[in-house]
Design a binder for this molecule. Structure first.
Ligand code: FES
Length: 338
């Protein structure tokens, strides 16, 4: 698929959905592509028409439609005050489902990519102090959080783990925010970070923000639970939780696609996304495992059963949106803004 075909397909999908969670698209030109570690490549993306880009907050990410048509999510890691370009950093993952290899191997300066507008399920909440924990390329959403914390005069500490120093992106940048507040824990030099000690040394009123591999997040969850700090912990996953998602037995139900003006039947053995694609073949999705947020859809009626690892507890209770790749319905009928 060419870039233009991907663009056409994406805009057609967005037009059908009209969903203000998902439908704003941007054409972004790659204005810089440089290696920022031995396995991470950084990209700066400016509006193709040269206009200022929409504002964003720390924790936001872009859904990028790659030339192949794959949709992948990348955290914005630059300065929110810089409206001239978005910055992302991409880990080269030979075992991945193709997005990172495509960006590393074939996307170059001058190329145009289509992006949805930024979304944020990893907001930085106000606090007098923060403990940031990053593993590998998980440093990307943490970078603008550190900038914001420093700007607000909050105290902060970053524990940044990685396979080796040469694999770790943005070490100089994070130490530039305050070297005394940063602990670089390269695995080949020092092993794994002592998360229990870090949490124990953190102020009781501090919030803890983390992003990184599943093993790191699971360990941090356990440490915070033992320390009675679970409510302080906020994190973003790269992949599906290895914890089984709480899920009742599947039942069948109906989904009304309000704007399309049709109803689909979701049987026990298909997902809402699969049923929706029978009517809207280009309904956007990426991970199809409930962790990326690409398929987020507004709920207009009925009660969804959330099975994703994107929404916070508050967002689940609000029932305003759901991830239709994994979510189901608690009611015989769901009405979606599709
Ligand atoms: S496609 Fe990733 S959360 Fe649904």
């Amino acid at each position: 698929m060419t870039i233009d075909e991907a663009q056409t397909r994406f805009e057609s999908t967005a037009g059908e959905s009209g969903d203000d969670v998902n439908d704003e698209s941007l054409r972004l030109r790659v204005v810089e592509a440089v290696d920022v570690s031995d396995c991470v490549r950084g990209f700066r993306l400016a509006a193709e028409d040269g206009t200022a880009l929409p504002a964003w907050e720390p924790g936001s990410h872009l859904d990028l439609v790659l030339p192949s048509g794959l949709i992948r999510q990348y955290s914005l890691c630059g300065d929110p005050a810089d409206g001239s370009a978005y910055e992302i950093a991409v880990l080269r993952e030979p075992e991945s489902r193709g997005g990172s290899i495509e960006l590393h191997a074939s996307v170059q300066v001058g190329d145009v990519l289509v992006a949805r507008d930024r979304r944020n399920h990893f907001e930085l909440r106000p606090a007098p102090s923060y403990l940031f924990v990053a593993g590998g390329v998980g440093i990307t959403p943490i970078l603008p959080m550190i900038r914001a914390a420093a700007d607000q005069g909050a105290t902060w500490r970053l524990v940044y783990g990685g396979r080796s120093r040469s694999s770790m992106a943005f070490v100089e940048r994070v130490t530039g925010f305050g070297a005394e507040s940063v602990d670089i824990v390269a695995h080949d030099e020092r092993g794994l970070p002592d998360l229990a000690a870090e949490v124990a040394a953190t102020n009781p009123d501090a919030l803890i923000y983390a992003c990184g591999p599943e093993g790191l997040l699971r360990a941090l969850e356990d440490v915070c639970a033992e320390a009675g700090r679970s409510s302080s912990l906020h994190f973003e996953r790269f992949g599906a939780s290895s914890e089984p998602v709480e899920a009742g037995d599947n039942t069948s139900f109906e989904v009304v696609l309000e704007r399309t003006g049709t109803t689909v039947h979701v049987t026990e053995d298909v997902t809402i996304l699969e049923a929706v694609r029978g009517v809207l073949p280009d309904a956007p999705a990426s991970c199809e495992e409930g962790f990326c947020g690409t398929c987020e859809t507004r709920v207009l009626g009925g009660v969804p059963e959330h099975r994703d690892s994107v929404l916070s507890d508050e967002e689940r209770e609000a029932n305003e949106t759901m991830m239709i790749c994994v979510g189901r319905s608690c009611t015989p009928r769901l009405i979606l803004d599709l």
